[in-house]
Write a protein that binds this ligand. Structure first.
Ligand SMILES: NC(=O)C1=CN([C@@H]2O[C@H](COP(=O)(O)OP(=O)(O)OC[C@H]3O[C@@H](n4cnc5c(N)ncnc54)[C@H](O)[C@@H]3O)[C@@H](O)[C@H]2O)C=CC1
Ligand SMILES: Nc1nc(O)c(N)c(N[C@@H]2O[C@H](COP(=O)(O)O)[C@@H](O)[C@H]2O)n1
Length: 273
């Protein structure tokens, strides 16, 4: 294993202590829905990537290490199909001492959860998530899929111990091919998930930050990298809001903390709803 796939925790105990109030304490009790931490890396012009479908490195080594610390402290990590397709991500925790990387079993490894209601994710036995699960270096993925989800993909997931949730739309947004977040989160809670970090991408984040859903977000941890990506990027910019015909701010954070990490700054807060 190379050092780039297995790292020490690259930020200090003092920095962990600054982040800890925004993540659920270990052993927190089961609720009707998991604790939701929305976390992503963004450019100065609020882009997640330089263009749709293109993976873009934004986090420096220190803030990437912080992300792996977050992964070790959540039961699940959730992304949309667009991210799964663009990034072929690992979605495991790759720090010393965490299960599969020197720790016991899969202790500290989050469950990858992918929203793929339209069966777009080109998943095979060679996908990183499947390989890592086979090798005991990450948990097997759970996928929220539609009834036309391909049988070979379902088998690839189940062979490594993962699960497919065949879902029907119960949300007024059904025509947009989306599931309601209450339904997604209550399904995860029923499966014993107490905390989930939502990593992206653009559709998922903008949907969660919309006024319909923001009350489901418990905390926000955003890495801001000192770079601009330009107008063709995948942007975080939730839908506008109006009250009595007037434009009002979409939202604001409270209990805000800024933590410099290497060249980046990490912004922590809670939605003020
Ligand atoms: N900088 C960062 O931290 C991150 C960057 N990214 C980047 O973001 C880009 C991908 O973003 P997007 O194209 O916006 O795709 P996305 O990852 O948000 O996926 C969108 C798809 O997910 C599914 N989906 C989303 N919400 C759903 C819901 N409520 N119910 C059911 N299905 C739902 C749908 O199939 C939808 O088309 C990539 O370029 C990736 O590299 C992704 C994650 C983090
Ligand atoms: N924290 C962070 N910084 C960046 O610069 C990123 N591009 C991302 N992307 C997210 O991380 C996933 C990749 O994870 P693996 O390293 O493959 O485990 C990617 O899919 C995005 O969710 N994150």
């Amino acid at each position: 294993m190379t050092s780039s796939t297995r790292g020490a925790l690259n930020f200090s105990t003092a920095e962990c202590e600054k982040i800890d109030p925004y993540i659920p304490p270990p052993g927190s009790s089961q609720d009707s829905r998991p604790h939701v931490t929305l976390t992503y890396a963004t450019s100065l012009d609020s882009n997640l990537s330089i263009a749709p479908g293109v993976q873009t490195l934004l986090s420096g080594p220190e803030s990437k290490s912080m992300t792996h610390y977050l992964r070790s402290r959540h039961d699940a990590i959730l992304i949309g199909a667009g991210t799964a397709i663009a990034d072929d991500p690992s979605l495991n925790c790759r720090i010393e001492g965490v299960g599969g990387y020197g720790g016991d079993g899969l202790d500290g490894q989050p469950r990858p959860v992918v929203l793929d209601p339209n069966g777009r994710w080109n998943l095979t036995d060679a996908s990183k998530i499947i390989k890592l699960a086979r090798e005991g270096r990450g948990r097997a993925p759970w996928v929220f899929a539609g009834h036309s989800f391909a049988v070979d993909k379902q088998r690839a997931i189940e062979r490594v111990g993962g699960k497919v949730f065949l879902v029907t739309y119960t949300d007024p947004q059904a025509s947009s091919g989306r599931l309601g977040w209450t339904q997604i989160l209550s399904t995860l809670a029923k499966e014993g998930i107490k905390s989930v970090m939502v990593e992206g991408g653009g559709v998922v984040i903008n949907d969660l930050l919309s006024s319909n859903n923001i009350q489901l977000v418990d905390s926000v941890i955003i890495t801001i990298a000192p770079t601009w990506l330009g107008r063709d990027g995948v942007q975080v910019c939730p839908p506008e809001r109006a009250e009595n015909g007037q434009r009002v701010p979409v939202g604001r954070l409270k209990e805000v903390k800024w933590i410099p990490l290497g060249d980046d700054v990490v912004l922590c807060g809670r939605p003020n709803v």
